[in-house]
Structure formats: C-alpha cells, structure tokens
Design a protein around this ligand. Structure first.
Ligand code: NIG
Ligand code: FE
Length: 402
C-alpha cells in the first residue's frame, strides 16, 4: 500500500483502492525513513552497494498496524469476570456488581509503578511482535489523581521503551472512582479542578477521552470535560455509542474530536454528523467479538464516504487482545469490509486517528520504514481469510527489525 505524502487518510471508495507496487523494491534510509520505492524493473543492484539487502522472498510488504485505541496499562487481568460472562452476566451487570472498570482500578491502586510498567510493557512488546507500529494508550483505571498520574507516567515510560510510536490519552472519566460512589457530579468537578491541571502541568497527555454512554458520563458532563481539557491543549478522542445512542458522536464532533470510538449503536444521524466533520469514526470489532455485541456499521460508514479506522481496544474487560491481525480479520468477516478497506482502516486511518499519518501508516518515501514483510501468501486477501495461519515473516519499525 503506497500513498503520496499528502494523503493522510482514506475515505469511502478510496479505502479499497489504495495503490500498490507489484514486484517491488524499497530502500530504507539511515534515518529510518523510507527513501524510495519502485518496481524491480527499475532496480539497480550496483547502486545499492554498501546497503544491507533483505530479500522478501515472495512476501508482501504491508504498513505496520496503527492501533489508535488501547488501554494496555492495567494490573493483572479480569479472568474471574470471564466466568461470570460465560455464565450469562452482561458487561453492565458485571460493572454494577463492583466488577469491571472499578475492579481494575482496585488492582491498579495496589500495584507499584514499576510492576505496572513491567506488565504493560509485555503487552506492548506482544503488539509490536504482531506488527503494530503505533499505539495509543489511555489512562482510566486510576480514577483518582495519584493513580491516574501513575498510569500516565507508565504510558510515558512505554513511549520511551517501545519501538512503536506512542500517543497518550487522559481518560479520567472512564468511571466514577470508588471514593465518589453516588456522587458523579462531584467526581466530574474534581476531575476538572484537580486531575486535569495535574495532567496538564506534567504535559502527560495529548488527548482527552470520556466514556460518554448510558450508565457512565452524560453528554453535558462530556462537553464540560472536553472544554476544560482544551485549555491544556488536549484534543478529544472519545468513547461513544457502545451501549446506547448516547449523543457521544454529536458532542465529540462539536468539539472537533480527532476520533469517536466504538459506535456499536449508530444510526443515520450519527453518520450524517460525521460526514460534515474531520472526526474519524473508529471501530473496535474485538470488543464486539468478546462481549457478543453488535458490530459497528463499518460497511455503511464506508459506503457513506467516511474514513473508518479499526483498533484493538486492548483492555482487560471488553477486549483482552491487542492483536491487529485478528482485528483485520474481524473487519472483513464480521463487518464486511474488503481486505484492502480493513487494512487501510488498521493502518493509515488508525495513524490518522492519532495524528500520525504523515509519519507512518503507508509505504511511501518520507514516511517511517515501519512495515511487515509477510510470508509468501497468494494475496493480501488470503491473510484475513485464513485468519489463524501465521503470516508474518518479519516486522521493521523505523527501519529496524524487531
Ligand atoms: O473500551 N467502554 C469502556 N472502556 C473499555 C472497557 C474497559 C474495561 O472494561 O475495563 C472499552 O471497552
Ligand atoms: Fe476503549
């Protein structure tokens, strides 16, 4: 998938039509950027003297995945709730019984920053090994100022330690912290008067997120939080319409959100609002798969001319996997995107949902040499089709094999 430098996202019919070069070579510069791409007919072996040559041996070269929505900083797991879920409890019932996000907040509180880093770094390493070259990481299991800052500092350490690009999002409004049980309005006031200034002072987050949904935060609360965060330069990327037609899409678009994410419950109104905006609808098929929810209407969105992004939502409650290979497959099998549409959604559009698409997300000169060399497969479509077969030969991020 090659794209000119100025193409930062693919929308509608363009998602299936990204150009590619058959039987190609590419040169990586010493700066870790792609220096040139061309067909083998134009390859001049003698001009490559002094370069290490890597033979892709019949494989395809695909852009590394850009996973624009994750919650990988968490402590332990929620495998106990997995059994409740198997026995028939819904996500909301588990949350109401004190499980869910608050369960993860308790565990996080009891875990040291170093141990949290060790656990989250293991997840980031698994993701890069499976071809992910950019990761957005949210807070939201702290739910008090000290623990939110602890999470964000861990995310910043991952940014230093991982070969992937990392973007960080403050999600203090993920649930109401235990100390504020029954006092949601006070929690929102505290978030605005205490958490946001603290996060802003340390410059710990590029984005702000709110779980704007039934049983979580209202549209009015969301608007207040987004407006307050804007004063610290944090742009919105919000959780919207997972559990209900929450008004989250509208409030996100009204605040010029970079993305609105989830969208399992979305109607014609939401699509219309998105069409008038630059906000990227981001869909998380791993959460639908794991929770047995409807899949977001990706086909309808693309047919309406929108630029859809796909992300993993890697988190302990609704999507305990950061494997973008699976997300690609689910995009095709369950959301009826073509293999090229789903790949564009998981690469260039995911990068756009992190404002990184000038830097990566496509194979083109000037962008990072962050790509996956596949094993020999009949076509790129074969990959999400034979969806559990190994297909990665090697992963390069910023020109370096990982
Ligand atoms: O994106 N929906 C809200 N937040 C996460 C789940 C968090 C959790 O259950 O721990 C999500 O699905
Ligand atoms: Fe999420």
């Amino acid at each position: 998938m090659t794209l000119p430098a100025e193409v930062r996202r693919l929308a509608g019919a363009d998602m299936d039509a990204a150009p590619s070069v058959a039987d190609a070579w590419l040169r990586v510069g010493p700066d870790g950027l792609i220096a040139a791409v061309g067909p083998m007919s134009s390859f001049n072996a003698s001009a490559q003297a002094g370069h290490e040559i890597v033979d892709a041996r019949g494989g395809f070269v695909l852009p590394a995945f850009a996973d624009s929505h994750t919650h990988i900083v968490y402590a332990g797991s929620r495998d106990g709730e997995f059994l409740d879920k198997i026995r028939g409890l819904s996500y909301e019932e588990i949350a109401r019984r004190g499980g869910g996000i608050l369960n993860s907040a308790d565990r996080l509180h009891a875990t040291s920053e170093d141990e949290l880093f060790r656990q989250a770094m293991r997840r980031a390493d698994m993701m890069t090994a499976k071809g992910t070259g950019a990761i957005e990481i949210k807070s939201g299991y702290g739910l008090n100022t000290a623990d939110e800052l602890k999470m964000l500092r861990v995310a910043a350490r991952i940014r230093e330690a991982s070969p992937a690009r990392v973007r960080i999002t403050f999600l203090g409004a993920h649930a109401v912290g235990r100390a504020y049980a029954g006092r949601q309005a006070d929690y929102v006031d505290m978030l605005i008067s205490e958490m946001l200034p603290a996060v802003g002072a340390e410059g710990l987050a590029e984005y702000v997120d709110v779980f704007c949904d039934k049983g979580f935060f209202t549209v009015d609360e969301t608007a207040r939080i987004l407006d307050a965060a804007a004063r610290y330069g944090m742009r919105p990327k919000i959780h919207a319409n997972e559990l209900d037609c929450s008004g989250g899409v509208q409030v996100g678009v009204s605040r010029n959100a970079v993305s609105v994410d989830h969208l399992e419950r979305m109607g014609a109104d939401e699509i219309e609002v998105l069409r008038t905006s630059r906000t990227i609808p981001t869909m998380l098929p791993g959460a639908s798969f794991f929770l047995g929810m409807p899949y977001a209407p990706a086909r309808q969105a693309v047919d309406s001319g929108l630029p859809v992004a796909l992300a993993s939502d890697y988190n302990p409650g609704s999507s305990p996997s950061g494997d973008m290979r699976m997300v690609w497959a689910l995009g095709c099998i369950k959301m009826k995107l073509t293999p090229m549409e789903a790949l564009a959604a998981a690469t260039v559009n995911g990068a756009a949902a992190m404002e990184l698409s000038g830097e990566l997300g496509a194979i083109s000169p000037g962008r990072a040499a962050s790509f996956i060399i596949t094993l020999p497969v009949p076509s790129p479509a074969f990959i999400p089709y034979e969806y559990t077969s190994p297909w990665i030969q090697s992963v390069y991020l910023d020109g370096r094999k990982i």
